[in-house]
Design a binder for this molecule. Sequence first.
Ligand SMILES: C[S@@+](CC[C@H](N)C(=O)[O-])C[C@H]1O[C@@H](n2cnc3c(N)ncnc32)[C@H](O)[C@@H]1O
Length: 221
Amino acid sequence: MKKIIQSYIKLKSKFKPKNDFEFENANYNRLSLINRALNKYDQKKCKYLEIGLGDCNNYNSVSLDINNKYGVDPAFDSVNNIHGVKSDEFFQNNNETFDVIFIDGLHHYDQVLEDCSQFPNITLVVKDIHELDDPSAYGIKKISAVHIDVDIYEPTVSALNFVDKCEWDSIYMRFDDWHGHEPDYDFHERQACREWIDKNGYFINVMRNGLHGEAIVSKKL
Ligand SMILES: C[S@@+](CC[C@H](N)C(=O)[O-])C[C@H]1O[C@@H](n2cnc3c(N)ncnc32)[C@H](O)[C@@H]1O
């Protein structure tokens, strides 16, 4: 019996529990991202809006009281905070303000742009990454975080050149295809990053080195 327990403990110690930041291939699902965002607010006062409810699984699982959750979807009948209309119509008559919003209704370019434009604190720049203007043209000054998800080498180079034009001393960076989901996507974002670091003499502390990459890049040690 003792031997069995010892070998169980030995086996278990090889598989230490990992928190999700350490878990190599963790993909934060939409619910965990939404709940993380909501946790920053007073749960009793905070208001959540979901545009596009689908089967309502996500909406129902959001960890807030039902009175603090609002939904918009033309496929539903209107009841309580659920508005059975298209997002355009909802925004025409809406006076509420929301703390966290999940835009997942009509996934067309024009509609997503329209849905985002209802909120003055969201700036969405839709442009070819190779043809970006100076950051000041988009009102971008000092930056602290960058997420790169362009898959291949050339657009990563352009994205990193844009980052160079922004103001920063140290930034958190996430690369969606650091090692790539498949061989075709390997040696792209990671290679462009390595060349960028070497060319500029930046310092990089890679915190996650898997399918996705996370790093702190600094100009000084
Ligand atoms: C991808 S599903 C939403 C999934 C849901 N958010 C989830 O995470 O499970 C898209 C939903 O958008 C709704 N929809 C389509 N056009 C819309 C519009 N103009 N405004 C709001 N919702 C819309 C559809 O009826 C559909 O239920």
